[in-house]
Design a protein around this ligand. Structure first.
Ligand code: GCU
Length: 677
């Protein structure tokens, strides 16, 4: 039985005899060019997968390809005849892209480089795992973004900030001597979905990782990841020149400081020639930064960028900033600090922006910065770990959230200016593009704690490669790869996954409510909390409920945060009639008896939504109950228990929030809502 360790790469035996015979007929020989490490990995993966899926030792054969074989070669090593047949497609294989195509009776997997071959192979295997036909196959894929990275918020003591799947998988104290086999499996899993970078350390950074002893450890990890096309990056603590360099300042305009970073970076590249660069959290939540010296984000980011540029390194500078000084509306701060800096950053700087302007809430409108910096590459930062989403206890299929944000229309160039086009750089012709996901990975046997958490890692990777893939397709793929191809399983469970995000929003923060979790840990309800020293840390700051009503007025009569959006978007959000109801209380403070589109009062609507969330989890539980025949005992049991907890906690959320809000509204619960007991 599979404990979940093998993720979506578990290569179960295909039982369907027709599919099996089609596949064995097509793969009578594998003609593979030999090569270095990456191509050996391709061979290893094909061996493992075909053994699992088809129960055969793959027939690697030398010489000229015969009919009914798989040809795995770089374009330059294909025969002239095949090259001629693929002539139209080959020029379209750019970057690390690949082509999988029938050519006569053969199937060709080709790319310009080894990594493309590896990606193509994983795609081909995914195709087999889903039992799709091999007849006349033609798949041409090119990654739509350049930098597809996981952000590990892992500390050097192996605790993980907002990590809910056990300790960090980086065993620092044993590195560089001991290479945990898990590193390789991690790299494999990432490469299989096209992730090509990993930031090893927490954004709340320790300077220690930049000392020689740690650089050596990082280099050992980089060596494992390299053949999988994965670069390592580190978080750079801005005050490192003081803490480990013995300087008196970290002022980015100070020549000694600049020299220190230059040397530090050269030192890193000596050990890790393909080091990716830095991720920096500066002047946010107490982290040091250029503003400590009266300098700007540009000064700070460009200093590091200049030192990294000769080595082809990049800086991912985070836009997640908010300070205690401006407390009118935290949602406005990142935009206010960054937008005027557009065009001033070096070419190798990307600004990494969270999907929404507050902080990874269950649902947020897209960040207004995405429409406002046409001359700066903007990276998306999604959270895969479920900080505000029930940790690894609640089932939430996050590609739904990602899709909603990526498909949001910024209107920066009129209708159709989707966030996805900002992220892939096509909208403003950016030279470099990227997307980051805060990892949900830990040392748990199944990597992510909740078995369904794996879908979020998988889905992030797929969307990083191509931000336009529908969440529905991702759910379909992942379920088939991970559990079963049986329609009686895939259809209902897919529905359950696709509904799970809405369910959580309903029972935690419906109608645009946000940040009403209990504070600090962010688990469970705490809308009543009002005793923290900084106003914007208190849930009451966000919902603003009183006897008159509820919601955060961000229109011109309130904080005017809507003015940070384009005119078209601001108009939609400002008008209570056109504002999507899922964002109603995000943008408006409304009386309790305000009429919703369905004619019910806001108060009733709130209760109905909370109830709907509970009902949706109940439904999920019922769906899952019937899935015992399709998954192994352990995973069936794990998910059942987790759904039990989720239901209990959905009820807790509903009761806690509605009872609390009732102290303001003084109204009876709507009849649709179960009365808290
Ligand atoms: C959230 C989270 C912090 C994290 C921060 C960040 O506020 O609670 O733990 O450090 O985001 O993204 O920097």
């Amino acid at each position: 039985t599979d404990s979940g360790y093998n993720l979506w790469l578990n290569y179960r035996k295909i039982e369907n005899p027709e599919v099996l015979s089609e596949y064995t007929r097509h793969i009578q020989g594998i003609y593979m060019e030999s090569g270095e490490e990456t191509l050996n990995i391709v061979k290893e993966e094909l061996t493992l997968a075909l053994k699992g899926l088809l129960g055969m030792s793959p027939p690697f054969v030398p010489g000229q390809p015969k009919e009914y074989s798989l040809i795995v070669r770089k374009t330059e090593n294909l025969s002239r005849e095949i090259r001629r047949k693929l002539e139209k497609d080959i020029p379209a294989i750019t970057k690390d892209g690949y082509l999988i195509r029938s050519s006569g009776k053969n199937i060709v997997i080709t790319a310009h480089n080894d990594i493309g071959i590896l990606y193509g192979t994983f795609h081909f295997l995914r195709h087999l795992q889903q039992q799709l036909s091999l007849g006349n196959i033609r798949i041409l894929e090119v990654p739509k973004t350049d930098i597809r990275v996981l952000n590990h918020w892992d500390n050097l003591d192996r605790t993980v900030e907002r990590g809910y799947a056990g300790a960090s998988i980086w065993k620092w104290h044993r590195l560089p001597g001991y290479i945990d086999p898990r590193y390789k499996d991690y790299a494999r899993a990432n490469a299989s979905v096209g992730i090509n970078g990993t930031v090893l350390t927490n954004v709340n950074a320790s300077a220690l990782v930049l000392t020689p002893a740690y650089i050596e450890k990082v280099a050992a990890l980089a060596d494992v990841f390299r053949p999988y096309g994965i670069k390592v990056y580190l978080t750079a603590r801005f005050s490192a020149p003081i803490e480990i360099g013995g300087l008196e300042t970290a002022d980015p305009l100070n020549p000694e400081v600049r020299q220190w970073w230059k040397e530090k970076i050269s030192e890193i590249y000596k050990e890790i020639p393909d080091f990716g660069g830095f991720l920096v959290k500066a002047n946010s939540e107490g982290q040091p930064g250029p503003q400590n010296y009266g300098r700007s984000h540009v000064d700070g980011a460009n200093m590091m960028a200049d030192a990294l540029a000769p080595h082809n390194g990049i800086v991912m500078w985070r836009a997640f900033v908010y300070s205690e000084h401006d407390t009118t509306d935290r949602a406005k701060q990142a935009y206010s600090e960054f937008v005027s800096l557009d065009g001033k950053f070096r070419d190798n700087v990307l600004i990494q922006v969270k999907n929404g302007a507050i902080d990874f809430q269950p649902r947020e409108p897209f960040h207004p910065m995405f429409a406002a910096m046409p001359r700066t590459p903007l990276m998306m930062e999604f959270q895969i770990t479920q900080e505000y989403l029930g940790f690894s206890t609640h089932m939430v299929f996050l590609p739904k959230l990602y899709e909603e944000v990526l498909q949001a229309d910024t209107y920066s160039h009129g209708k159709g200016s989707y966030v996805a086009k900002v992220i892939d750089g096509t909208l403003d012709n950016k030279k470099i593009s990227g997307i980051a996901g805060v990892a949900n990975i830990g040392s748990d046997i199944n990597w992510t704690g909740h078995p369904f958490g794996q879908a979020n890692w998988y889905g992030f990777g797929r969307l990083a490669w191509d931000p336009y893939i529908p969440a529905e397709k991702i759910a379909d793929e992942w379920l088939r790869l991970t559990f079963s191809n049986d329609e009686n399983f895939v259809t209902p469970v897919k529905k359950m996954l696709l509904q799970s995000h809405r369910a959580v929003v309903n029972y935690m923060t419906p109608l645009g409510l946000h940040h009403i979790m209990d504070t600090g840990h962010h688990y469970g309800p705490g809308p009543w909390v009002n005793n923290l020293s900084r106003p914007e840390w208190n849930p009451v700051y966000y919902h603003k409920a009183d006897e008159n009503g509820i919601g955060f007025d961000r229109t011109p009569t309130g904080s005017n945060a809507t003015s940070q959006y384009t005119k078209e978007v601001a108009r939609i959000f400002n008008d209570v009639e056109t504002c999507p109801e899922e964002f109603l209380l995000w943008f408006h403070h409304l009386p309790w008896d305000y009429k919703l589109h369905n004619g019910r009062t806001l108060w009733d609507g709130l209760g109905i939504k909370y109830q709907e969330g509970v009902n949706q989890v109940r439904k999920a539980k019922n769906t899952w109950k019937k899935m015992e025949p399709y998954v192994n005992k352990q995973q069936f049991g794990e998910i059942s228990m987790l759904l039990d907890i989720q239901l209990e906690e959905a009820v807790w959320w509903r009761n806690a929030c509605m009872l609390y809000f009732q102290t303001h509204s003084k109204k009876a619960f709507p009849k649709e809502m179960e009365t808290p007991s």
